[in-house]
Design a protein around this ligand. Structure first.
Ligand SMILES: *[C@@H]1O[C@H](CO)[C@@H](O)[C@H](O)[C@H]1NC(C)=O
Ligand SMILES: *[C@@H]1O[C@H](CO)[C@@H](O)[C@H](O)[C@H]1NC(C)=O
Ligand SMILES: *[C@@H]1O[C@H](CO)[C@@H](O)[C@H](O)[C@H]1NC(C)=O
Ligand SMILES: *[C@@H]1O[C@H](CO)[C@@H](O)[C@H](O)[C@H]1NC(C)=O
Ligand SMILES: *[C@@H]1O[C@H](CO)[C@@H](O)[C@H](O)[C@H]1NC(C)=O
Ligand SMILES: *[C@@H]1O[C@H](CO)[C@@H](O)[C@H](O)[C@H]1NC(C)=O
Length: 444
C-alpha cells in the first residue's frame, strides 16, 4: 500500500518536473525575443512588416502585393470574402450573402392644410425648411408606425397649395425570392395608412391636435416601387471593379449567393466540359485537363485528342525522317568515296608527273584539290577527271623522252588553268572532250 503511494508521489513529481521543463525554455525565449525591422512581438512570435521575414524579422524578402483589396497582416494576405490565394488573386465561386436586403422607394404626395406655404420653404438650406422637414418626418413616422419595412421619408419638393409635399417613402425589406410581392403588400399597407391618417386628421381640422393636418382627397400614392439597391449590386461593389461585371446573384435552397459564371449549376454557368473554370479579369476561362489518355483543349475544353494517336503520329513522322536521313547519309558516303577515289587517281597522276623530275604538274594537282575542297559539285570534277583518263592512257610510260614529256605536262597546265577560271562546269566538260585528246595526242 505504501509502495503504491510512493510510486504515485514519484509519478506526480516527475510530471511536475516535466511541465516545468516544458514551459521553462519557451518563457525565457519569449522574454528575450527582440523583433527587428519594425516587427512587433505578440508574446509568441514576431509579426513582421511587409518585406521582412524570419523569427526576428531579420530577413529581407520581396514586398508582397496583396491583390483585390487584400491586406498584409504580417504573415499572409488577408483577403476580402470574395477572394483567396496567396495574393488574393483567386475569385471565390460562391459567397453567401449574410442578410440580403433590398431597399426601395415609393413616391407619395400629400397636401398639408394646417400650414401656409412660404417662399422660404423652397430653399432646402433655409431654417423654415429644416423646421418643416423635422415636423413632417415626425408625423410620417407616427403614421407609418407598424410597418416594419418603413425606413423614413425624403422630401423631394414643396409647393403651394397650401403645402403640397412630394416625398419618397424609403423601404427596406429582406431579399427573398418573393421580395417583389412583399414590397407590393407593403405599398398597399402604406397607402391604407396614409389615406386613413389624412382622412382622420382633416376631420379634426378644426381642432388640429396633430403636428400637421392634411387634405384627405389630395393624397396620392405611386403604384410602382423603385428598387434602389439590391444584393446583386452589393455583390458587385464588394467584388471590385475588375470582376463586378461577371458577378450575379444565385439562389440555392432559400439562400442567396454572389455567384460567377464559374459557379456550377446555374443558367449562367460556363460549361468547361473537360476542364476547370477560372474567373479572370478578362472573363471566365476554361483551364483544360490532361488525363492519362487524353489532352483537351478548346474554348470549353470539349476538344480532346488521344495521347496514343499523337504519339503514333509523332513516331511515324520521326521514322520517316530517320529513313530520309539514312538515305541521304548513304548517298553522301557514296559520293565522298567516289570523290576520294578520283582524288587518289589524281594523286597517282601527280606522282606519275613527279617521277619525271619536273615540279610543274604540282600546279595541276592543286586545282583538283581546290575544286574538291569547295565541294560545290562532284559531278563536273568527276567528268573532268574521267576525261583526263583516256588522255593519260595515251601516254606511254615506256616512252621516257624527257623533251616530249616536258612539253606534254606544260600543255596540261595551261589548259587546266584556263579552264579552272571558266564559270560553267558543263562547258568545262565539253571543252575537255574536244580539247584534251587532241592536245595530248598532238603533243605526244
Ligand atoms: C437659402 O437659405 C440660406 C440660409 O438661410 C441662405 O443663406 C441662402 O441664401 C438661401 N438661398 C436662396 C437661393 O434663397
Ligand atoms: C430632412 O431631415 C432628415 C433628417 O431628419 C434629413 O436626413 C434629410 O436630408 C432632410 N431633407 C432634406 C431635403 O434636407
Ligand atoms: C384609421 O386610423 C385610426 C386612428 O389612427 C385607427 O383607429 C383606425 O383603425 C384606422 N383605420 C384603418 C382602416 O386603418
Ligand atoms: C382648417 O382650419 C383652418 C384654421 O383653423 C381653417 O381656416 C380652415 O378653413 C379649416 N379647413 C377646413 C377644411 O375645415
Ligand atoms: C383638397 O384637394 C382637392 C383636390 O386636390 C381640392 O379640390 C380641395 O379644394 C382641397 N380641399 C382643401 C380644404 O384644401
Ligand atoms: C456541358 O456540355 C456537355 C457537352 O457539351 C454536356 O454533355 C454536359 O451535360 C454539360 N454540362 C453542364 C453542367 O451543362
Amino acid at each position: 500500500m505504501s509502495l503504491f503511494r510512493r510510486t504515485r508521489q514519484t509519478a506526480l513529481l516527475c510530471l511536475l518536473l516535466a511541465l516545468i521543463l516544458h514551459y521553462l525554455p519557451q518563457s525565457t525565449a519569449a522574454e528575450h525575443m527582440i523583433c527587428m525591422n519594425g516587427g512587433s512581438w505578440t508574446g509568441q512570435i514576431c509579426i513582421c512588416p511587409n518585406g521582412f521575414t524570419g523569427d526576428r524579422c531579420q530577413d529581407v524578402t520581396p514586398v508582397v502585393h496583396c491583390q483585390n483589396g487584400g491586406t498584409w497582416d504580417g504573415l499572409k494576405c488577408q483577403c476580402t470574402k470574395f477572394f483567396y490565394g496567396q495574393w488574393c488573386e483567386q475569385v471565390e465561386d460562391m459567397v453567401e450573402i449574410e442578410e440580403p436586403t433590398v431597399t426601395a422607394s415609393v413616391g407619395v404626395s400629400v397636401t398639408v392644410t394646417s400650414q401656409d406655404f412660404t417662399e422660404d420653404l423652397k430653399n432646402t438650406s433655409s431654417e423654415e425648411f429644416s423646421k418643416f422637414n423635422k415636423t413632417f418626418t415626425e408625423q410620417m413616422a407616427m403614421i407609418y408606425a407598424g410597418i416594419p419595412e418603413y425606413e423614413g421619408v425624403i422630401i423631394k419638393s414643396l409647393s403651394k397649395g397650401s403645402i403640397v409635399v412630394d416625398y419618397d417613402v424609403i423601404l427596406r425589406a429582406p431579399y427573398t425570392p418573393e421580395y417583389e410581392n412583399t414590397l407590393d403588400n407593403v405599398v398597399k399597407n402604406l397607402e391604407t395608412k396614409i389615406k386613413n391618417a389624412t382622412t382622420v386628421l382633416v376631420q379634426t381640422n378644426d381642432t388640429c391636435s396633430a403636428l400637421l393636418c392634411f387634405n384627405s382627397t389630395a393624397t396620392r400614392v405611386q403604384e410602382t416601387v423603385t428598387v434602389n439597391e439590391n444584393p446583386e449590386e452589393a455583390c458587385k461593389k464588394e467584388a471590385g471593379e475588375g470582376f463586378a461585371e461577371y458577378i450575379t446573384l444565385g439562389l440555392k435552397g432559400d439562400r442567396w449567393y454572389c455567384i460567377t459564371p464559374c459557379t456550377a449549376g446555374y443558367s449562367t454557368s460556363k460549361n468547361c466540359t473537360y476542364g476547370k473554370c477560372q474567373l479572370q479579369r478578362s472573363g471566365p476561362q476554361c483551364l483544360c485537363l490532361t488525363t492519362d489518355t487524353h489532352w483537351y483543349s478548346g474554348e470549353n475544353c470539349d476538344w480532346g485528342i488521344q495521347k496514343s494517336l499523337v504519339y503514333g503520329l509523332v513516331g511515324a513522322a520521326v521514322a520517316v525522317l530517320l529513313v530520309i536521313l539514312a538515305v541521304l547519309f548513304v548517298f553522301s558516303i557514296r559520293y565522298r568515296r567516289e570523290a576520294r577515289r578520283q582524288k587518289s587517281r589524281v594523286n597517282e597522276m601527280f606522282k606519275w608527273g613527279e617521277e619525271d623530275g619536273r615540279g610543274t604538274p604540282g600546279t595541276f594537282h592543286n586545282i583538283g584539290f581546290e575544286l574538291s575542297e569547295e565541294g560545290d559539285n562532284y559531278l563536273p570534277l568527276d567528268s573532268m577527271y574521267s576525261n583526263f583518263q583516256p588522255s593519260l592512257s595515251h601516254i606511254d610510260p615506256e616512252n621516257k623522252n624527257p623533251d616530249s614529256e616536258a612539253a606534254g605536262s606544260c600543255d596540261i597546265i595551261v589548259n587546266a588553268n584556263t579552264e579552272a577560271v571558266l564559270p560553267a562546269p558543263v562547258e568545262l566538260r565539253t571543252e575537255d572532250k574536244r580539247a584534251w585528246p587532241g592536245v595530248m595526242g598532238h603533243t605526244l
